[in-house]
Design a protein. Structure first.
Length: 117
C-alpha cells in the first residue's frame, strides 16, 4: 500500500512539473521580447516600458502572446489596460486561460478583474 501511495504521489509531482513547463515565459529587454525557447522579436524600446508580462502571457505592442507562443492582435490600447496574473489574462473583455482558450466576460469585468498573484 505504501508503494502504491508513493507511485501516486510521484505521478502527481511529475504531472505538475510538466504542466508548469507548458507555460510560456516572456521577458522584454532593450526593445526585444524574449521567448522561453531563447528566440526574440524586436518590439521597440517604448513597448518594453509599457509591456504587461505574467506567467504564460505577454501583452506587447498591441499583441497578446499566449502560453503557446502564438500572438493574437488585441490593439495597443487593450495592452495598456490588460490584466495578467496567475497564469490568466484578461484583455478586451476576454478572459484567457492557461491552455490558451478564452471566454468573453465583458470589458467592464476585465477592468475590475482580480487574477491573483
Amino acid at each position: 500500500m505504501t508503494k502504491l501511495i508513493a507511485i501516486f504521489l510521484s505521478s502527481l509531482i511529475f504531472s505538475n512539473v510538466a504542466y508548469a513547463d507548458s507555460f510560456g515565459s516572456y521577458a522584454c529587454v532593450d526593445g526585444y521580447l524574449f521567448f522561453s525557447d531563447g528566440t526574440s522579436k524586436y518590439v521597440g524600446d517604448n513597448d518594453c516600458a509599457t509591456a504587461k508580462l505574467g506567467l504564460g502571457f505577454a501583452c506587447v505592442d498591441g499583441y497578446l502572446y499566449l502560453p503557446s507562443g502564438k500572438a493574437k492582435y488585441v490593439g495597443s490600447a487593450d495592452c495598456r489596460t490588460a490584466k495578467i496574473g496567475n497564469g490568466f489574462a484578461c484583455v478586451d473583455g476576454y478572459l484567457y486561460f492557461p491552455n490558451g482558450d478564452s471566454k468573453y466576460v465583458g470589458s467592464n469585468d476585465c477592468d475590475t478583474a482580480n487574477l491573483g498573484q
